[in-house]
Write a protein that binds this ligand. Structure first.
Ligand SMILES: [Zn+2]
Length: 117
């Protein structure tokens, strides 16, 4: 269930936050720093530098080198994970870790993280 946060504005440009922006801020880990970015600031990568007022050295800002997944990237990752987890040719339990490098449960957690659930 999204958002117990009370903040409804972007920490970078102060624009209102959409549900999608809240989800993506959580997914990027911004929420763990109690910072929230609007969709525009995420798309433009503004969140890679700490917002004004963030207390800490800029080189410790968590998101500075992260790649931003576009909506198409997210859809691709989610669909690919869904196929290997639940599709008609889903990878079976016994060979999942060998082929993918993580357990089924870890892959399912990745799906939930990317999906923002
Ligand atoms: Zn913004």
């Amino acid at each position: 269930m999204p958002s117990q946060n009370l903040q409804d504005y972007c920490d970078w440009c102060f624009a209102p936050l959409s549900e999608d922006a809240l989800t993506r801020s959580r997914w990027l880990g911004l929420a763990s720093e109690d910072t929230w970015a609007c969709s525009t600031c995420i798309e433009k990568g503004r969140y890679r530098v700490p917002p004004e007022g963030w207390n800490g050295p800029a080189d410790e800002w968590l998101a500075r080198d992260e790649y931003v997944l576009s909506a198409d990237d997210r859809r691709t990752v989610l669909n690919a994970l869904n196929e290997i987890l639940h599709g008609p040719d889903a990878i079976e339990e016994w060979e999942f870790h060998t082929r993918i490098g993580v357990t089924r449960e870890e892959a399912a957690q990745t799906w939930r993280r990317v999906a923002g659930e």
